[in-house]
Design a protein around this ligand. Structure first.
Ligand SMILES: [Zn+2]
Length: 293
């Protein structure tokens, strides 16, 4: 599958590729969770994949983006694609659903199937959902429904039980903000007396060498910033002034220098291929002792 610029986690990618690359689509798929933008963009991409000329061909990445069908979908003019709801088409009222029900049994115009994209399906009244349920209970062959909603719990249970649900996690934080957040938590924990908080804060780094490397770099900068602030300076290399200030208020200059050395040492060990899991635990112990805890 070719997800373009959409950021999906591996599990969702695998689930979706499983349906599309096997050539065996369920009758109805519900994309739930994440942001409205991601749900809608993914819904449109999957609609394109379901209509793409390469569908069902082994070894082809879907959607190909270049075939006639893909181009028609991108231009908003594929005769077998119907989009409603959200901000993209007519509202999902009961009469609209009844119209779909009438048309769904007519064979597709040119693609292998007809695709009905019902965006933000939670906007449907119970009456409209019940009308949809009648098609979902006995779906015509050659029809693929794609629904999006913040959560399946906003739809009738009967509708939910007839669709295959893909749960998209709430937007994953970017790598940088994840690392900054982890470094911040570790610094806050270093200012606390107990040891559990530090281990807890560092736990997401176990098994994530790339993030550990970045966090060690950030911690090194934070400890240096704290040193400078303590000496009356103002430079903030880490870009994270508040945690640096917190450290500078709580620790001695000697303690801060020891912390910087501990981060530097762990970085060298990581580069020398130390076990990243063990290193996190050792690092926590060393940081605490450097901070005089
Ligand atoms: Zn294509």
């Amino acid at each position: 599958m070719n997800f373009g610029s959409l950021s999906l986690n591996m599990e969702n990618q695998r689930e979706l590729a499983g349906f599309f690359e096997s050539g065996r689509l369920p009758h109805a798929l519900l994309l739930e969770g994440a942001s409205p933008e991601l749900r809608v963009s993914l819904g449109m991409l999957l609609a394109q994949a379901a209509l793409c000329d390469s569908f069902g061909k082994a070894g082809e990445s879907l959607p190909c983006g270049t075939c006639g069908a893909c181009r028609k979908v991108q231009a908003g003019g594929h005769p077998d694609l119907y989009v409603a709801g959200g901000e993209k088409g007519p509202a999902l009222r009961v009469d609209e659903i009844r119209k779909i029900r009438g048309e769904a049994f007519i064979r597709p115009n040119e693609a292998q199937r007809k695709v009905y994209v019902l965006l933000e399906a939670q906007d449907m009244t119970a009456q409209a959902q019940n009308a949809l349920l009648k098609i979902l209970e006995e779906p015509p062959s050659g029809v693929f429904f794609l629904l999006t909603a913040p959560s399946g719990s906003q739809l009738l249970d009967t509708v939910c039980s007839r669709v295959q649900s893909i749960r998209l996690p709430q937007q994953a934080p970017s790598f940088t903000s994840f690392c900054e957040e982890t470094a911040r938590k570790m610094v806050e924990a270093l200012c606390l007396p107990g040891e559990a908080e530090l281990l807890y804060g560092a736990a997401p780094l176990i098994g994530n060498k790339e993030a550990l490397e970045k966090v060690l770099e950030l911690l090194g900068l934070l400890f240096r910033d704290a040193c400078v602030l303590r000496g009356g300076g103002t430079v903030c290399l880490s870009g994270m002034e508040e945690p640096a200030r917190q450290l500078s208020r709580q620790l001695t200059r000697a303690g801060l220098i020891r912390l910087e050395e501990a981060a530097e040492k762990a970085k060298r060990e990581l580069e020398a291929n130390a076990n990243a899991g063990l290193l996190v635990t050792t690092l926590c112990a060393r940081l605490r002792s450097a901070a005089g805890r």
